[in-house]
Design a binder for this molecule. Sequence first.
Ligand code: SF4
Length: 337
Amino acid sequence: MTVETATSHTTAADAAQTAEPAVTASLSPSRAADFKTCPLLYRFRSIDRIPERPNAEQARGTLVHAVLERLFDLPAAERTPTTAAHMVTAEWTRLVAEQPELADLFDGHDATDLTGFLDSARELLDGYFRVEDPRRLEPAERESLISAVVDGQLLIRGYIDRLDVAPDGALRVVDYKTGGAPREAFEARALFQLKFYALVLWRTRGVVPAVLRLLYLKDAEACDYRPDVDELVRFERTVVALWRAIEQATAARDFRPKPSRLCAWCNHQALCPAFGGTPPPFPEQPAADAAPSPPAPPARVTRRAADTAARSIHPRPPAPPSATPPDAADGAAPPPR
Ligand code: SF4
């Protein structure tokens, strides 16, 4: 792999690391994509913080990600399809112990459904082995939190499924996709997420990742994307502009529904005007909303904890109303990883 070194921007990256920026807000790719997808969805998740019930597809994604992460704890020779298949039940047991509500997906007693669910996770793992041989890989990082400050005050952060580093230092960001929804509906969101990670890595390490790789486990396909510096410069502007749009929407308390085919995956239809619902009153002072986001948590935290943390996105107060997100055209969606 070749690596583009961001010579002219390395100084900025260094400055971001050494100066102590006055971080006033933070943004994860998931929440940014929520706002792009539907401003009201962003509000429900990030400001109202309305709990969402887990669904089986999300649970399967979490389970498969967990198996793939732990698979690399094993000696290379043991990373086989058979081993991965055997890990599924143990990982599910561990996840249910951490999140007892997951058991409700199967009424706690429906062994038939659970068996089918676990088998479907194994099928996704089979898909993984059709595109990669983990015996030949030694990831540099797995489920790692990465973060950077952009625009002097916005902390952007997220968890990457896997980071591979070639002997020459080239970086490859790998993201596992387990959803069964039509790929075209979600590819833009997935790419947005990967560019987000690429921007963070570039800003913190001074190196543009050589490859951003989406692994579609259901289809057993890999999709590689090669970003460049100019693109990340533009993407950074997009992220900052998106954040400003979120701030403006917050100041105006104006988060409008943006119906699309993706509403089928939305947990909040009952509260959505597009479906005859009424949103709750806008929180006067959402808990901790006035506080800047804390510094990034330790690098080895579960994805679930990360998702929770990522919902702590707190815009700064007042600014003139005008809630049109810049670059809100990808139509990307919320659902499973
Ligand atoms: S149902 Fe659709 S329009 Fe309504 S909040 Fe959810 S994603 Fe937005």
